[in-house]
Ligand binder design. Structure first.
Ligand code: SF4
Length: 332
């Protein structure tokens, strides 16, 4: 069963200047992004800062209204709703089904609330009675590996990793259909990152979570995702099953991201070319393939023709003229 289908999602922001703040242009933060997430699947959305991945996540959560496109969400089997055009009022009953794990476990928890109240807050809003709330909070603390006594303490008494566990418990309180995790380990020490990744893996197994996992580097998502979508300047440039993408990337930008992953893991590919230059400006992207000024394989066609996202091997999609030419030549 498909839980989420994002169809040609675009989001642009006005650029305003002058005394009267007139609109002088638009930043196309997200352009024609499409993907789906199946029940129990984790899709990682990866790219450098400013590539649009967080904007996609915020559109799905409807913290931002999309400029165009559809966000088909199935809160339960047999029901599919397009979230894109919904008003705040119509979205309200659906919010319990999509929950978020935030990047910063220090900023995302109210320091004046006890942990038990933080975790119980979504239950309270949903009208769950007090006795059931208490039982659920105890269950959730156990689920994320925190002691029952954590309930009556304040967030400052906990380490970064423990706070992220509290954030995860809160996100799971209402048993959501989809969890959106926005860089959930990037603010943590490397050793703590591994603990949180292991916890997420355990929860995937126990609860069959469906998750969109947003991250800026491929090192983090390898063990937690079933598939990976790579974004560059507002567009998805590659989507593939995780093992396939790490073993044989089919877009030069993915190769570059993999080259940037520390090589503690010897099974990762080595020798990929790190791209030269800066990430393109989404307010003024280069014509053709936006990656061409940095791509070691760029040819004339790349400078004028936008490559479409095409299936270049079973289940592997790449927006690259070279990948398509290799496919046509039978090199898959
Ligand atoms: Fe490089 Fe051309 Fe492929 Fe873009 S389309 S990634 S410039 S080879």
């Amino acid at each position: 069963m498909t839980v989420l289908t994002v169809d040609r999602l675009s989001k642009s922001f006005p650029i305003k200047s002058g005394l009267l703040q007139r609109e002088t242009g638009r930043v196309r933060a997200v352009q024609d992004v499409s993907f789906s997430i199946a029940h129990g699947e984790t899709l990682a959305l990866v790219g450098e800062s400013g590539c649009g991945k967080t904007t996609v996540a915020r559109c799905i959560l409807r913290a931002l209204p999309p400029t165009s496109g559809a966000i088909h969400f199935s809160p339960q089997p047999g029901t599919t709703i397009d979230l894109a055009p919904l008003s705040r009022k119509s979205l309200r009953p659906l919010r319990r089904h999509i929950q978020m794990i935030f990047q910063d476990p220090y900023a995302s928890l109210n320091p004046r609330m006890m942990v038990g109240d933080i975790i119980a807050e979504p239950l309270l809003v949903a009208g769950v009675p007090a006795t059931q709330r208490l039982a659920r909070v105890r269950e959730l603390l156990e689920l994320v590996g925190l002691p029952p006594a954590a309930r009556t303490r304040f967030p400052h008494a906990f380490s970064g990793g423990q706070r992220q566990r509290i954030g995860i418990a809160r996100a799971l309180a209402l048993d959501p259909t989809l969890v959106v995790a926005d860089e959930p380990v990037s603010a943590l020490d490397v050793s703590v990152q591994a603990q949180i990744i292991n916890l997420l893996l355990e929860l995937q197994d126990r609860l069959g979570l469906s998750m969109l996992f947003v991250a800026h580097d491929l090192g983090v998502v390898r063990h937690v995702s079933d598939r990976v979508a790579v974004m560059y300047v507002g567009r998805i440039v590659e989507v593939a099953p995780t093992t396939s993408l790490y073993g044989r990337p089919r877009h030069p930008y993915t190769e570059a991201l993999l080259a940037a992953v520390p090589k503690a893991d010897p099974t990762l590919r080595d020798g990929a070319v790190v791209p030269r230059g800066e990430v393109a400006d989404p307010a003024n992207p280069p014509p053709g393939c936006a990656f061409h000024p940095r791509c070691p394989h760029a040819v004339d066609r790349c400078r004028v023709e936008l490559p479409a996202l095409r299936e270049v091997a079973p289940g592997n999609f790449s927006a690259c003229h070279r990948a398509e030419e290799l496919r046509l030549a039978g090199v898959v």
